[in-house]
Design a binder for this molecule. Structure first.
Ligand code: SF4
Length: 312
């Protein structure tokens, strides 16, 4: 039996839809066909006239047409002064439509960091929040007690944008009715239990504290260039982007875009530090032990690493 999916775009750049198009194996067309997903609407790829779209929405709201999966891309805009008029649909606040559709959906998926936590949109003047979180705080637009028709909280797929493999995997699970264990921020552990640091090709440099102060070098980017890999939960070094690369592999620090506090207040491409030692250490480490280990590791660094003689 076909599974109905409605995709709604709120406050965001549309990058998650672009990322969706980058899925390769399977790609989005294969996924839809294989899982018998009936895409009722996608703001970029549907071509029904506005009147037909309105009829569809009426049918969804009246429950004449069932809504199995609701995908929301972008943060929910509440401003100014909670009117929602900074983000409208047919001249009315789009946030009202979000609430109506979420109430009818079997499962609600927040696509990307803006929809999950507010993200870049939430950092602006639009009073935008995630569907069920505002940064690290549970609640967001729908409230902490929200549960979809299947009794689930909003499933968050953070990332700026979300990784296409993660999106295809979640759509597959939702369409097949497979439940996924979630982390503290309601993101599937299947994809968000590991750190970007795990699997980074610069790990051996990190191990011996061979740290770069400039871009384009081979060493680790943590101590000076603001890499968030040891703090960011995402599979970017497990599922490569375009099956080929990721930020740290191409010499750019991870900016932690899957974390609830993204974009964080600290400057980018810079590691806040005290006398050269990072203020924010890898997730869960003991500070005195870590710093003692790093001093010893730097002294033990092999020459081939000091002279950058390994490939990354
Ligand atoms: S570049 Fe970043 S992710 Fe890679 S080893 Fe260094 S800290 Fe970890």
């Amino acid at each position: 039996m076909a599974v109905n999916l409605y995709w709604m775009h709120c406050g965001g750049c549309g990058g998650d839809s672009m990322s969706m198009l980058n899925a390769e194996s399977p790609n989005i067309i294969e996924t839809i066909h294989e899982l018998d997903i009936n895409v009722l609407w996608h703001p970029s790829f549907s071509f029904a006239p506005p009147a037909d779209h309105r009829r569809l929405l009426d049918a969804l709201i009246s429950r004449e047409v069932g809504l199995d999966i609701l995908c929301i891309e972008g943060a929910v805009i509440r401003g100014p002064e909670n009117t929602g008029m900074f983000g409208i649909f047919e001249g009315k606040p789009k946030k009202n439509l979000v609430a109506q559709l979420a109430d009818r959906a079997g499962i609600v998926i927040a696509i990307g960091t803006c929809a999950s936590f507010g993200g870049v949109t939430g950092a602006g003047a639009t009073d935008a929040v995630g569907l069920q979180f505002s940064k690290k705080d549970i609640g967001g637009f729908l409230g902490k007690n929200f549960r979809s028709g299947k009794g689930l909280p909003v499933i968050n797929l953070p990332g700026c944008p979300v990784h296409p493999t993660v999106l295809m995997g979640m759509l597959t699970a939702a369409a097949r009715g497979v439940s996924m264990d979630l982390n503290t921020y309601n993101a599937p552990l299947e994809y968000y239990s590991m750190l970007v640091h795990q699997g980074c090709t610069r790990n051996e440099y990190h191990e011996y504290r061979i740290e770069e102060t400039d871009f384009g070098q081979k060493g680790c980017l943590f101590f000076h260039l603001g890499c968030q890999g040891p703090l960011a939960h995402a599979p970017c070094n497990k599922f490569l982007w375009n099956n080929r690369n990721c930020k740290t592999r191409s010499g750019v620090p991870c900016n932690g875009c899957t974390e609830p506090d993204f974009p964080r207040d600290d400057p980018y491409f810079y590691t806040p530090n005290i006398v050269g030692l990072p203020i924010h250490l890898p997730d869960g480490v003991n500070r005195p032990h870590y710093l003692a280990y790093k001093s010893m590791a730097a002294a033990a660094a092999p020459d081939r690493l000091k002279h950058r003689k390994t490939e990354v």
